[in-house]
Design a binder for this molecule. Structure first.
Ligand code: PLP
Length: 432
């Protein structure tokens, strides 16, 4: 392990137990509700836990209806299908609800935000991020509507628990008669102008995946204010059975419902959302204070308008403090440089000391799968992008820039202040 022999790291001890990016935190209530389901033999996708978490989540977030599903990805799929059918009608079996249609999607995100557009046969047009929240840039979205005025669907993510510029995005959607799907998978409990994320989309989505701020081991929910949408999503998620004495099917179905066991875990977790947010916030502030003297900034948010849930603490290195770093499709190289560092060096150093960080979500327009999709930025757009192309055209590419200079820091809420101080020290040494 070369890094451990680097004299810059002299005197720092390796973590005996791994420090993780973000792991589940159980409180005991989860066990109670899982046992309850087992004792009552309600272990399928129906039961009291499922019904209760739907009501509790809807109330907590401030939506009329919540539909409990097997994953956030499933919820996003049904959200796209709901919006697609509302816009373009019900497709024939074997055809997607967005077939031949484009939808505008956040570019810098987990691919689960964007893939459901493809599940329904649509083409994702990728919208660049802005520097103030790292989310969809309203100016780029505005440009996208100039280029593709026929588009009627926008999929917006709140990355790392930081609310996007929702007021601007919503206003642009309204001006163009477009529906908004809100991917609040990472931002449960975060608020924007006093309302929780998950309340801004025509259809919104949350996730209970294992590393999210509240977890069910897996699971997700679709949120809406329309009873008809909630009923449809619930029906689709249980194989689209009609009310009949036999299995009667009028439309395509899915096996997307949340199990009553998973719902038991979620039920036990929900009361702890505020506690988890407070822990995550403390971690964020400790990093912010501890790294203040370095040429870096924390992931930004609009302190006037929003309260993030601080799911992951992230770092962005100043341009002139970046050591040379290049990334291929599956590997990375950097050159150690006094006074400078880069995400690759910090991530490799953390790993050498047994702590888990992560690169920023690699933007979709840089992914082999989506490379040929349209990508719209505040200044310019293009398909065959390269650094040379970007330089020549003056095109901005905020996503690529944040990906190059940013990283996610270990943000586990069970990390102690002492452990976090050691991580902060390791990062300092990387800049030596
Ligand atoms: C986790 C996540 C999802 C998907 O949720 P799953 O429950 O894992 O399917 C979607 N979008 C974003 C931004 C996520 O982080």
């Amino acid at each position: 392990m070369e890094i451990m022999k680097d004299p810059r790291f002299n005197g720092i001890e390796r973590f005996e137990d791994k420090i993780w990016l973000s792991t589940p935190t159980m409180h005991g209530d989860e066990q109670y509700w899982v046992d309850d389901a087992i004792h009552k033999n309600w272990i399928t996708t129906a039961g009291e836990n499922v019904n209760t978490v739907e009501q509790e989540a809807a109330k907590l977030i401030g939506r009329k209806y919540a539909v409990a599903l097997s994953a956030g990805t499933a919820a996003l799929h049904l959200a796209v299908k709901l919006c697609g059918e509302r816009l373009y009608g019900q497709p024939r079996v074997g055809h997607g609800a967005l077939e031949g249609k484009r939808a505008f999607c956040s570019d810098m995100t987990f691919d689960a935000t964007v893939n459901p557009v493809a599940y329904e046969g649509g083409e994702a047009v990728l919208i660049d991020s802005e520097y103030e929240t790292w989310n969809m840039d309203p100016a780029a979205l505005e440009r996208a509507f100039e280029i593709y005025p026929e588009v009627r669907l926008v999929v917006l993510v709140h990355l790392y628990g930081t609310p996007a510029k929702v007021r601007e995005i919503r206003a642009i959607c309204d001006a163009h008669g477009a529906l908004l799907i809100e991917d609040a998978a990472e931002s449960l409990g975060a608020t924007y102008r006093g309302a929780q994320t998950g309340t801004f989309g025509d259809v919104s989505v949350i996730s209970f995946n294992g590393n999210k701020i509240i977890t069910g081991s897996s699971g997700g929910m679709l949120l809406t204010d329309l009873q008809a949408d909630a009923n449809k999503a619930r029906k689709w998620s249980t194989q689209s059975r009609e009310e009949a004495p036999w299995y009667q099917h009028e439309e395509l179905g899915f096996n997307y419902r949340m199990s009553n066991i998973v719902a038991g875990v979620v039920r036990g977790q929900l009361p702890y959302i505020e506690e988890h947010i407070a822990q995550k916030k403390a971690i964020f502030e400790r990093y912010r204070d501890g790294l203040r003297d370095l040429p870096v900034q924390m992931n930004p948010f609009d302190a006037d308008a929003s309260k993030p849930n601080f799911w992951l603490s992230c770092l962005l290195i100043d341009r002139d403090a970046m050591c040379p770093q290049t990334r291929g499709e599956k590997d990375a190289l950097y050159r150690q440089t006094p006074g400078k560092s880069c995400p690759t060096e910090i991530l490799e150093s953390l790993l050498a000391f047994n702590a888990e960080g992560r690169p920023i979500w690699k933007p979709m327009h840089l992914q082999p799968m989506y490379r040929m999709h349209p990508f719209i930025t505040a200044q310019g757009s293009g398909r065959a992008r390269s650094n040379a192309y970007i330089k020549e055209t003056g095109m901005t590419d905020v996503g690529a820039d944040v990906f190059a200079r940013g990283l996610c820091l270990p943000s586990d809420n069970k990390m102690t202040p002492e452990q976090q101080d050691r991580i902060i020290e390791i990062i300092h040494r990387c800049f030596k």
